[in-house]
Write a protein that binds this ligand. Structure first.
Ligand code: V47
Ligand code: SF4
Length: 394
């Protein structure tokens, strides 16, 4: 495999620690946790950005992936009390939330019948009536109705709960949901693995080992999943590094993770509203460091409704190669938490144009990163306002 041409990077002002990190990346050696501490604490945005962008271009050139999906959120009421989550407040005033029946959910699925979506992302609160039987029936009904749709459903938080309730092992449970039609698992519920933080912000729900175990078992039966990290609240850089190290180790073992999605903590209407949010500079630095540290992850994804469109465009120069998604207005978890985008809907044309305008090449993919359509050379009528637009050389 060719080594990374670091001579193409204009990094002559770097110090000895940075040169050492550069040499490692150039030789395709992974960086250590200490290197990562250095990057977070002492390195400039320019340095980590250049290095991450270089790695991103080595892996994917200018290609930037997106898929057409919609979210199905069975309920916004939850038995757990994660302090960062605006859903957890509703358990005390349950009537203010929604709890969809199976038929309600099938109606939502059917409302997309004439749209070329390739994925349904199912995630929401945890409630006793949404048990193993309910979900396996739902997955089967979705597949019977639309066999080609990819079901990306539930996280170890729900699975741990419903398997325990059904008194079955993780192994039995994961096989059952695979048989019922689940195609992949989203990355949610990971938050911060380290107990010093997890016990404060997400106590009672599945712990780090359980989260990782469920992904490992899913990978071992040949399936793929994503991983997230909720950052920018009360955790330290060491907690972030611990989180990414555990993911990197599991990925060494199974290779089943597709993408890593850093999720910026938003502080509206939750128990942590007093905690201030990270700056855009910190967000970009975090994407870049994730790209550098997670050498065995193919993709780094930005969830654009959370950070806004222009920061999403910027992130494409800081290690990100994937944007989620053309999601219509079907998720409330982020708008309730104060996301940048109140109505997070973008058409495919808008998303592709947003990518083209910063000189990258939009690729519509399916959930497993198979090509659906290459928009690199598609010329759109440029009638959208509000995105960053760079002069791109032809
Ligand atoms: O686990 C909840 C996060 C996650 C807040 O796999 C919050 O493709 C920020 O994991 N501020 C669920 N984040 C969503 C998720 C996801 C999203 C997009 C794509 C994929 C994928 C996965 O949302 C939760 C939690 O970490 N979250 N509240 C908040 N206040
Ligand atoms: Fe429930 Fe998930 Fe919100 Fe925690 S983050 S309260 S588990 S919906």
């Amino acid at each position: 495999m060719a080594s990374i041409a670091i001579d193409k990077l204009d990094l002559k002002w770097t110090g000895p620690e940075e040169k050492q990190i550069l040499a490692k990346v150039s030789n395709r050696e992974r960086i250590s946790d200490d290197d990562c501490v250095y990057l977070y604490e002492s390195s400039s945005l320019g340095f980590v950005g250049s290095l991450a962008n270089h790695i991103r271009e080595q892996k994917h050139q200018d290609y930037t992936y997106f898929n057409r999906n919609f979210h199905l959120e069975p309920t916004n009421v939850c038995i757990y009390t994660c302090s960062f989550c605006s859903y957890s407040r509703l358990i005390k005033k349950r009537s203010e939330g929604w709890e969809y029946s199976m038929d309600d959910m099938m109606d939502i699925i059917k409302s997309y019948d004439n749209q070329p979506v390739t994925e349904v992302h199912i995630v929401g609160g945890v409630l006793p009536q949404y048990d193993l039987d309910f979900y396996t029936t739902l997955f089967r009904r979705i597949k019977a109705h639309r066999p080609s749709i990819h079901i990306k459903a539930l996280t170890p938080v729900e699975y741990h709960y419903i398997f325990k309730k059904a008194k079955i092992s993780y192994e039995e449970g994961m096989k059952a949901i695979k048989d019922a039609g689940v195609d992949s698992m989203p990355g949610g519920g990971a938050e911060i693995f380290h107990p010093e933080i997890r016990d404060q912000i997400a106590k009672d729900k599945c712990n780090a080992d359980q989260w990782l175990d469920i992904h490992r078992i899913w990978h071992e039966i040949g399936m793929r999943s994503n991983a997230t990290m909720l950052y920018g609240h009360i955790e330290s850089y060491l907690h972030r590094i611990d989180h990414m190290r555990r993911l990197r180790e599991l990925q060494d073992h199974t290779g089943g993770f597709q993408t890593f999605i850093p999720l910026k903590f938003r502080n509206k209407d939750n128990e942590m509203s007093h905690v201030s949010e990270s700056t855009i500079v910190e967000d970009l630095k975090n994407y870049a460091i994730a790209r550098i540290y997670l050498d065995n992850f193919d993709h780094i994804k930005a969830y654009w409704p959370m950070i806004g469109r222009t920061t999403a465009q910027l992130s494409l120069s800081f290690g990100v190669d994937d944007l989620d998604g053309t999601i219509d207005d079907t998720t409330k978890i982020y708008s309730m938490a104060g996301a940048e985008e109140k109505n997070p809907a973008l058409s495919t044309k808008e998303l592709a144009l947003l990518i083209q305008r910063v000189g990258r090449k939009p690729i519509e993919r399916d959930t497993l990163y198979n090509l659906v359509k290459d928009y690199s050379n598609v010329q759109f009528e440029d009638d959208f306002k509000g995105y960053v637009s760079l002069p791109v050389a032809n």
